[in-house]
Every structure is written in C-alpha cells, then in structure tokens.
Write a protein that binds this ligand. Structure first.
Ligand SMILES: NC(=O)c1ccc[n+]([C@@H]2O[C@H](COP(=O)([O-])OP(=O)(O)OC[C@H]3O[C@@H](n4cnc5c(N)ncnc54)[C@H](O)[C@@H]3O)[C@@H](O)[C@H]2O)c1
Ligand SMILES: CC(C)=CCC/C(C)=C/C=C/C(C)=C/C=C/C(C)=C/C=C/C=C(C)/C=C/C=C(C)/C=C/C=C(\C)CCC=C(C)C
Length: 614
C-alpha cells in the first residue's frame, strides 16, 4: 500500500492496474462480525425522534455496544441548549453542510445565528461515525472544492471565513471506471480520471482514437464554464447589485455563464462526439454525481465537476470527511453562533403580516422549545420543509410547480466495511465505479460506487486493516412492507451480492471482511431526516439547464432553503455554494449588506417569472 502524496504517472497506474483489473467473480463471501444497523449516533437519541424504526429488537444489544464507540468522542462538548428568549437574525434548521456553510458566512458578518440539528454531531450526510477503531464517512469520500486557488474552492473558503483550515491528502485520480465489456473492449472499458487533465484526455483518447478531437472539444467547453466561474466572487444570484458588480468586473465570464444556464450536458456532448459508446461514457461521467444521465444534467454543473477535479483536484480531509463539519461547527461557535444538537424541529412558525401574508418568524422543536428569528433557513429537503414543517395545505404555488418539474433522486444502499489490509495491497485510487451492463445504469443497484479512503489516510482504520465503503443507488419502495426478519434477510442478501461484485475489482474481499455494517434507504431516511432517504431533486423531464432550479428565497417571506434542494443541487461543494448564496441574500434582506431595494424587488419578480415560465 502506498501513501499518496501527489499525482502518479499513467505508467505507474497501468502497472498497478495489471494486478487489479476486472477479473472473474470469486466465491461467495463470508460475513464476519454482526452486521448492524448503519447509523451514526446512539439510538437512544434517534429512538425518541423517529416514528419509523426499521430495526429489529434482537439487535438492540449489538447496537448498544456500537453506540458506545460512536461519535462524539468523550472530549467533545455537545450543546443542547441555547437562549430561547432572544430573537436571532437567523434560525437554521439542520446542521448539514448547507446549513453550516450558511451559518459560517452569517456569523463571519456578525449575525446572531442558531443552528438546530436533530443529531448529535454536525455535517449531516457528510459526517462520519466510529465503530471498533474505524472512522467511516457517512457518504462518499470524494471531496471537491478543497483546493487552494481560484474562487470555486468553496469548502476551503467557507472554513477560512470562520478562521479554520484542514489538512488534506491529494487523490491521484478522481475515479477509476470499470465499465461493461463490448466488442471493442472485450475485457471491459477501464478509464482512470487522472488529476492531471492532459493525462486523463490522453487515456480516454487512447481508448477512442477516432474521437480525440471531439473529446478535447467537449471538455474544453467545460473549461470555458469553469474558467468563468473561477474568477467570480461567488454569492447570491438573486441579488442584482452584486450581479451587476460582477458583470462590470467580468463581463465575458458572466455572459459565458448566462449562455450556458439553459444548457444540458448531453446536448453539448452530442455536438462534439458521435461514438455511442463514448456518449455512454459521458452519461456515466454525469450519473455518478447527478444520478441522471447527461441529457438531464445542467452543463454548468458538469463544467464545475469535470474541471475542478483537475484544477483544485480531489482532496481528502485528514481524519475523515466529518472533520469539515466539525471544524466549521467549532468556527461558528468561536464567532458567537450557537449550535444546538438533539434539536428536532417539528414546525416552522408563520405569523400573519399587515399585508395579509404569512411570514416565517421562528420554529418549534419536538420538546416544545420555540426559537424566534428574523429569518428561518431550512437545510432540510424541500419535501421535508414544506410538507413536513409547514403543512401540505399551505404549499405555495412555486412549490407545487417544483414538485411537477422535479422528483426525488434515489437514496442509497450502503455497506461500510473493514477488510484485512492485503485486500487493498498496491491500491492507490480511492474511488471506483463498477458497472457490468449499460442497460442497468439507471436501475436500482446498477452502478456500484466504491470509496477506499484508507488508501489516502490509513489512520481511519486499525493497523492491518482498510476501509471499503460500497454503495448503490436504491429506492425506498423496495424496502417497505417487510417484516423485521424479511428486512434483515434482504439486507444480508443484497450486501452479499454487492460483495461478490466487489471481488471482481478487489479479489479476495469477500473472505477478508473484518467488519460490516449495512444501511438501506430506510436508514438514510431515519438518520438524516430526508424523505424517502432521497439525496435531493432530479428533473422529471428534460430541464432547461439550471433555469428552473429554485434559489434560496421561497414564496413565504422570511423563509429560505439551503442544501441540495436549492440551486445548484447535489454535492458538498454545491450545497456550500447554496450556503454562500443564502447567507448573502439573508444579509441583504437584514440590511447588513448594501442593496438597491427598488431594483431588488423588481429583479426578484423578474426571476420568479423566468423560473415559472422555464
Ligand atoms: N462526497 C460527496 O460528494 C458527498 C458526501 C456526503 C454528502 N454529499 C452531498 O451532501 C448533500 C446534502 O447536504 P445538505 O446540507 O443539503 O443536507 P444533509 O442531509 O447532509 O444535512 C441536513 C441536516 O439537517 C438535519 N435536519 C433535517 N431535518 C431536521 C429537523 N427537522 N430538525 C433538525 N435537524 C434536521 C439533518 O439531521 C442533517 O444533519 C447531498 O446532496 C450529497 O450529494 C456529498
Ligand atoms: C448578469 C448576467 C448577465 C448573467 C448572470 C450569469 C451568471 C453570473 C451566472 C452564474 C452562475 C453561477 C455562479 C453558477 C454556479 C454554479 C456552481 C457553483 C455549481 C456547482 C456545482 C457542483 C456540483 C454539481 C458538484 C457535485 C458533486 C457531487 C454530487 C459529487 C458526488 C460525488 C459522489 C456521489 C461520489 C462518487 C463516488 C465514487 C465514485 C465512489
């Protein structure tokens, strides 16, 4: 095993690949260790807050022992209190990366903020949890936005705004694809996305030499977007004074971005690329982060993802992905913000205004406490915010439109595993994608995602062991209506099947597992409080690029949304961007940032009209 310190050469990778590659399926795996419910916090907390328990009572003792080793470490102070007799500038529902980014930007400008998090620790789906000496990332370990240059390194910038910095390890590749066999690729198509752009283009063009020109042209268009984004001071696109300021400073960049706003990636790809197998490759390049193919993926997001991986690179935070949320939370508190854990928000409170409208003025927790705020910001999904915290009967028109245009993305079935070190011997790449049949790309459990964070940070596993985190998109419907026994048996069967698939790229994995914990879409729903365990909205029809995606303001005055159900969508760097935008818009509305009120109002109305019509 190699400790990665920088990009490797294509030659050295090719050598390593010879020892890996797609191979025959190994014998059925042996499950070692009791597979327990995948959660990140002691069940005593969740039990009181979730009505939809999916756990068998017989596992209680196993869970109880697991929760002893779970976060937080004993030294960490967990706040469960904050004053309720004051009016905050912002009450934030949820301390995922979207909520924390908003809070960090707000407290940095002196705003009085309280973050109410249902859980025991910050970070939401980008948190981590501890079991038997392992530190597991809840979600994927692939971090964009942690570079040091430009303006799109939003995680770095967010940490800086509250005086924090995190050490990272550079990933030599973004991902290695292990794709289906075909006439042209009888052993399967294997492509590594190298940190160095030219190495990636050379590798892909070597597989599709007749499309070298088209490949370059397609990815060059992505760079046009990225280079435009990477010179802007990224803030709220709902604030005209800022927008015009950026336009005056960077007219070409703004016009380039404006021209791509209504564009989808599939259209641009087909302009330059004709080979159907290569177009399928572009589809999976999109699918692995947008959970939809290129035709449904906004081109601006593709520009961000396909270039930041080479510009800032993929960088792993030392100590695990959860360190980002922990550092942000510490910084927010150092800047005077309050974070309250075990705070389950049950209702967003609306108060009638003289003009007859209803304004969001605070929230009520499950334990009855009320927090009042000049603004309320929800980091819960749009479905949980409006149907869950406000009420189905009060759904504003724009939200009804949103529900027609977007549907819930799939959740995930995930296995967090400890394995003997020999399984990953010689492995250098943290992220792999396995797909055996193109027809299954969008199907439940079709694409297999694999993260191996200990190849970058061995301290996450006990000596002599590695972490393998494998996950597949999955829908909650398939996990409902089962008895406890059926649910447990199905979890085991699906996990065994995934381990068999993993044996193809990590020979011997199934027989060298030292720890295994399985989570289903029900687990994601329960522990992350996300309806159906969804990871945000996906278009239900071909979208007009990003034009119909809602920003941070809502039709309810005083209420804002942040996170993956706001522009620009899923991904940690994406939700951090939505936090930057949200904080800027809220500060403007609170009179803490300069504004042009009349133009502001007119621009807001114009944006609504464009969004509703697009
Ligand atoms: N490697 C990666 O790229 C990676 C890894 C992890 C997560 N992600 C991304 O992160 C995105 C999600 O981030 P996010 O910030 O939008 O959401 P999130 O789900 O991560 O965080 C939301 C937080 O709000 C809390 N919450 C929800 N309802 C609540 C309530 N009623 N009361 C109190 N707290 C409540 C939840 O407990 C959670 O901590 C996903 O789209 C995913 O793509 C990406
Ligand atoms: C004024 C005028 C004229 C005009 C105006 C125009 C303009 C200025 C515009 C602008 C725009 C903008 C700014 C935009 C922005 C955007 C952004 C920032 C975006 C971002 C994005 C990001 C993203 C999407 C990301 C994502 C990511 C993700 C999701 C990831 C994921 C991952 C995973 C899942 C992993 C995988 C794994 C394995 C492989 C294992």
């Amino acid at each position: 095993m190699r400790l990665t310190t920088g990009p490797t050469s294509a030659a050295s990778h090719a050598q390593a690949a010879k020892t890996k590659g797609l191979r025959g399926v190994a014998p059925a795996p042996r499950t070692v260790g009791a597979p327990i419910f995948s959660g990140v916090v002691s069940d005593s907390v969740q039990a009181s807050t979730s009505a939809q328990s999916s756990q068998p009572a017989s596992r209680a003792s196993v869970r109880a022992s697991a929760s002893k080793t779970a976060y937080p470490p004993s030294s960490r102070v967990i706040n469960t209190e904050a004053p309720t007799d004051v009016e905050y500038d912002a009450v934030i529902v949820g301390g995922g990366m979207g909520g924390l980014a908003t809070a960090a930007r707000l407290v940095a400008k002196g705003a009085k903020v309280v973050v109410l998090e249902k859980y025991l620790l910050p970070g939401g789906s980008a948190a981590h949890f501890k079991r038997e000496g392992y530190t597991f990332d809840v979600g994927s370990s692939m971090m964009f936005g942690m570079g040091t240059e430009g303006t799109t390194n939003l995680i770095t910038k967010c940490l800086e705004s509250v005086g924090k910095k995190i050490e990272t390890v550079p990933d030599p590749t973004q991902v290695v694809y292990h794709l289906p066999k075909s006439e042209r690729f009888p052993k399967g198509l294997e492509v590594a996305v190298w940190r160095k752009y030219e190495e990636f283009i050379d590798e892909l063009a070597a597989k599709f030499p007749h499309e070298r020109e088209g490949i370059k042209k397609f990815y060059d268009e992505c760079w046009r977007i990225f280079d435009s984004l990477n010179v802007l001071d990224l803030k709220s696109l709902e604030e005209p004074r800022y927008l015009l300021g950026e336009f005056a400073k960077q007219p070409l960049a703004c016009l380039t971005l404006a021209s791509f706003l209504p564009t989808n990636t599939g259209d641009v790809a087909r302009k330059h690329i004709k080979d159907p197998e290569l177009l399928r490759f572009i589809d999976i390049e999109c699918f692995i982060w947008s959970t939809v193919p290129a035709d449904l993926t906004p081109m601006i997001n593709a520009g961000m993802v396909f270039c930041d991986r080479h510009f800032g690179g993929i960088n792993y935070p030392v100590g695990g992905v959860g360190r980002i949320g922990e550092e942000l939370a510490a910084g927010i508190e150092e800047y005077g913000g309050k974070i309250v854990y075990k705070a389950n928000v049950k209702e967003i409170l609306l108060s009638p205004q003289p003009d007859g409208s209803q304004r969001a003025t605070g929230v009520r927790l499950a334990d009855g406490r009320v927090f009042k705020g000049k603004t309320v910001i929800s980091n819960a999904t749009r479905w949980d915010t409006f149907e869950g915290l406000i009420g189905k009967d009060k759904l504003p028109e724009s939200e009804q439109l949103f529900r027609k245009r977007f549907k819930k993305s799939p959740s995930f079935f995930s296995i967090h595993m400890g394995v003997k070190a020999q399984v990953l011997e010689g492995e250098k790449d943290c992220h792999h994608i396995v797909l055996e049949d193109w027809a299954k790309m969008e199907k439940a459990r079709g694409v297999l995602f694999v993260s191996l964070p200990t190849v970058l940070d061995p301290s996450l596993a006990p000596p002599g062991n590695h972490i393998v985190h494998a996950f597949v998109p999955d829908w909650i419907e398939d996990w409902q209506g089962l008895s406890v026994e059926e649910y447990e048996a199905k979890k085991e069967a699906v996990a065994d099947d995934i381990c068999r698939r993993l044996d193809a790229i990590l020979p011997g994995l199934s027989s060298n597992i030292t720890f295994r914990e399985v989570g289903t879409p029900r687990t994601h729903r329960r522990f992350l409080n996300r309806e159906d365990g969804t990871y945000g909205p996906i278009p239900s029809r071909r979208p007009l690029g990003m034009l119909s995606m809602p920003f941070n303001t809502t039709d309810i005055p005083g209420l804002y949304c942040v996170g993956d159900s706001a522009f620009p969508g899923q991904g940690v760097n994406a939700v951090v961007f939505s936090g930057f935008g949200c904080a800027h818009r809220v500060l403007t509305d609170l009179g803490r940032e300069p504004a042009w009120p009349v133009i502001d109002k007119a621009f807001g109305a114009l944006l609504r009209t464009v969004r509703n019509a697009s």
